[in-house]
Design a protein around this ligand. Structure first.
Ligand code: GLN
Ligand code: ZN
Length: 758
């Protein structure tokens, strides 16, 4: 009998209950007891729904109050020294949330731990910190408690834990010259202790996640998997070793030798040829977990295809040792499609969220375990929906397909080289060290309230737009008053930098409840790209034109770039990401040309997600970068030489893709640097960036107002590596999360600094 299994279920609750409880708790509106009650209910509901769906291996400890990597820090007592004063048995949550979010009270001000992206997803984890003389001990029994909690409801779960090698790998050493992997021998005993306890309490299986197996690992490091798990298996429940997100084949030589009971494969990221190779020498005594349902998208599975793949697996692997599972945890899927009552019914029939994915897994299990389902309605409906989707008029737009075919080098390049353009653009009459901002101004309560009222039809379009106009006008007047050189309209009309464009482009739909956790209580609701993308009407012209009409100074047009729109959406699985990205690029190109026609002299195309789109394996970088760069160039290159193209990037280190950034050939890039004290600029010592650049002079992520001197220092440092003729002065990123008081002060100082340097 094949086994149905799940690797993890969304934590946020069907109505984002986790978010509301956490935020009320942080605001001290509810107490700890209430918070714990709330989350017990979420966990219980999650277990029950999975069980009811027909999942046999239901996970536990996949839930987290904030983040599972942070949970693991607490399990092994990897608590950075700065939090030690908050350690107090009775007040565990105080410590936990201080590590996640920082702690301020009276004169105490402790910084949060660093947060970074979980592999190539939009989930963020807390980065563990290790010091030279790091000690570990078993300090949290959450995994055992949750196992017993589920057991008390009659559900024998498969507890999940982040494996020791991935845990160390994802952390950072804070002492110099110390290899964090030396801690392995110290941390293994803690894992052993947990595994032994779980066995004692009756766990049959434990799921150990080692997602780093999806990365490029060198041989000697890979071998640590063998020695580590040799030590862990004794007196342990059966171990299912999982990895996901990329082709695991390059590490399979070692993986197959690891002493565990089962191995999970992300089949969505494994080409058939590698699956065949893996099956050819898969160890006889191990379970094979087939991650066949995509845990990261929202499309209905192609069940007929999955059936064929499972048949292929069955030919090589004993029936009793096959598990059917999602490719990765369902943490990355929205929860329930059934709640969506506004989506076009055709499109809805093509979709599958977490709960529907569970049904697909359960169906496949039943299909293989009995003969009854060969002609089932579930299957025939699935086949029908997929066929209907393939041929649907909603998806295919011949006009767009023709445009894609006509992309030529003419579309990919500016008319002249940057050096010539720079000369031509001197007509813009900008001073040395021109000042600007990244685009958005504070999205104050009143801005958000007006948008909500408009959405709920409580105010008319006219009233809403009048309000937006008055906000825009205030922003323009403020920028003029402080002497900013290149102005922005402020983006008050935008809810979100991707949603705003998706809502106006053909080929996107939006869900009402399709939330996915980003970090802690934060969730995002990515748009779904279902069809060929087409721009029917201008998207930003009205606001840019209005803003420009208010001032003699230059106003920048402001667009979100194709790669970022792609990266922050659920995308089609019936064509390549490259093709979808280029379709978006063509639509943006039309917008850019219209902005130019309307008289905008500078147009900014933001690509904050360019870096995060990089594939996990280096061997895949080139191909991604090639089409990502081409997409940006399709969107930006058709303008006249006198039109200045800006781009903006943030979130991440850019040192290793500087040559790609250069290839974008934007006239000006504004880039995040201030948080790292302009460390990025060190790479410019060796690497001569040819076009203009505005390294962010202050961090917009906190309300702190930067001092004149610190901005001056940064700019002086920048001048060592960048010709002053090419240096711009701007903050790190958009200002929408800030309040006006600090924005006003900060920008005034920033302009003063630029003036003094002139
Ligand atoms: N133009 C956008 C803004 O200012 C850019 C946001 C971003 O980089 N994430 O808000
Ligand atoms: Zn930014």
């Amino acid at each position: 009998m094949v086994i149905s299994s799940n690797l993890g279920y969304p934590r946020i609750g069907p109505n984002r209950e986790l978010k509301w409880s956490l935020e009320s708790f942080w605001k001290k509106e509810i107490n700890e007891t209430k918070l714990l009650e709330d989350i017990s209910r979420i966990k219980k509901d999650n277990w029950i729904i999975q069980k009811k769906s027909g999942i046999q291996h239901v996970p536990s400890n996949d839930f987290s109050l904030y983040d599972h990597v942070l949970d693991t820090c607490l399990v092994v007592n990897a608590i950075p020294d700065r939090y030690k004063r908050l350690k107090n048995k009775k007040n565990f949550l105080n410590l936990y949330f201080a590590m996640a979010r920082g702690f301020q009270s009276g004169s105490i001000d402790i910084k949060a731990m660093e947060m970074t992206k979980w592999f190539d997803t939009n989930y963020h984890y807390i980065v563990p910190e290790f010091k030279n003389n790091q000690k570990f001990k078993l300090a949290s029994t959450k995994i055992i408690d949750e196992f017993l909690e589920a057991k008390s409801f009659g559900i024998l779960t498969r507890p999940v834990i982040l494996g020791p090698l991935s845990f160390l790998y994802l952390g950072k050493s804070i002492s110099n010259k110390f290899n964090k992997f030396n801690l392995l021998s110290k941390i293994i005993p803690i894992y052993k202790e947990i595994f032994t306890k779980l066995k004692k309490y009756g766990a049959e299986w434990i799921q150990v996640d080692e997602p780093i197996l999806s990365l490029d690992l060198d041989k000697s490091f890979k071998n640590k998997f063998i020695s580590t798990y040799d030590k862990l298996v004794k007196q342990s429940p059966k171990i299912l070793l999982t990895s996901y997100f990329a082709n695991v084949y390059p590490n399979y030589d070692v993986l197959r030798k690891v002493n565990v009971s089962g191995i999970h494969f992300d089949l969505i990221n494994l080409e058939t040829k590698y699956l065949t190779k893996i099956l050819a020498n898969f160890p006889k005594n191990k379970f094979f977990s087939a991650g066949i349902i995509n845990g990261r998208n929202i499309w209905k599975n192609n069940l007929s295809k999955s059936i064929e793949i499972i048949k292929q697996i069955r030919r090589k692997i004993n029936f009793e040792r096959i598990m059917i599972a999602p490719s990765c945890s369902l943490l990355h899927s929205p929860i329930d499609l059934n709640k969506e009552d506004k989506i076009d019914l055709n499109i809805k029939s093509w979709l599958s969220f977490a709960n529907q994915k569970l049904d697909e897994i359960a169906f496949l299990k039943k299909y293989f375990n009995s003969n009854l389902l060969q002609n089932s309605k579930f299957l025939s409906q699935n086949v029908k929906a997929n066929k209907q989707r393939r041929n649907s008029k909603l998806i295919h737009n011949q006009k767009v397909k023709n445009k894609i075919k006509s992309i030529s080098s003419r579309l990919l390049n500016r008319k002249n080289k940057y050096a010539n353009r720079q000369e031509i653009q001197s007509k813009l009459n900008l001073p040395l060290f021109p000042t600007t901002t990244i685009g958005s101004f504070p999205q104050t309560k009143s801005v958000r309230k007006a948008r909500l009222k408009f959405k709920r039809k409580e105010i008319s379009k006219n009233t809403y737009e009048k309000f937006l106009k008055s906000e825009t006008k205030k922003a323009i007047k403020f920028q003029e008053k402080i002497g900013m050189d290149v102005l922005v309209h402020g983006e008050f009309e935008r809810n979100d930098m991707v949603e705003y464009f998706g809502e106006q482009l053909h080929g996107f739909i939006f869900t009402k409840f399709g939330w996915v956790q980003s970090y802690g209580s934060r969730c995002v609701k990515p748009p779904i790209i279902y069809g060929d993308i087409n721009r029917n009407t201008p998207m930003t012209i009205k606001w840019s034109k209005y803003a420009q009409s208010l001032t003699k100074k230059i106003v920048k047009g402001m667009l979100t770039g194709p790669v970022t729109i792609l990266q922050w959406s659920f995308v089609r699985d019936d064509q390549s990401r490259e093709l979808t990205c280029k379709q978006i690029a063509l639509a943006l190109r039309e917008e850019v040309l219209d902005l130019e026609k309307m008289g905008l002299k500078i147009i900014q195309i933001d690509e904050p997600a360019l870096r995060e789109g990089l594939p996990l394996r280096k061997s895949d970088w080139n191909s991604y970068l090639n089409w990502a760069i081409d997409s940006f160039k399709i969107a930006s290159s058709s303008v006249k030489d006198e039109t200045q193209i800006h781009t903006h990037m943030c979130y991440g280190e850019f040192d290793d893709i500087l040559d790609s950034i250069e290839k974008l050939d934007a006239d000006v890039i504004s880039i995040e640097t201030s948080r790292s004290n302009m460390e990025l600029l060190d790479s410019f010592k060796i690497y001569k960036y040819p076009n203009s650049i505005g390294p962010g002079v202050y961090d917009i992520h906190s309300p702190r107002v930067p001092t004149i001197n610190e901005m001056k220092d940064l700019l002086n440092k920048a001048q060592k590596y960048i010709d002053k003729e090419k240096l711009w002065v701007n903050p790190d990123c958009g200002l929408k999360t800030r309040g006006w008081p600090e924005v006003k002060q900060s920008l005034k100082s920033m302009v003063l600094v630029a003036k003094s340097l002139r």
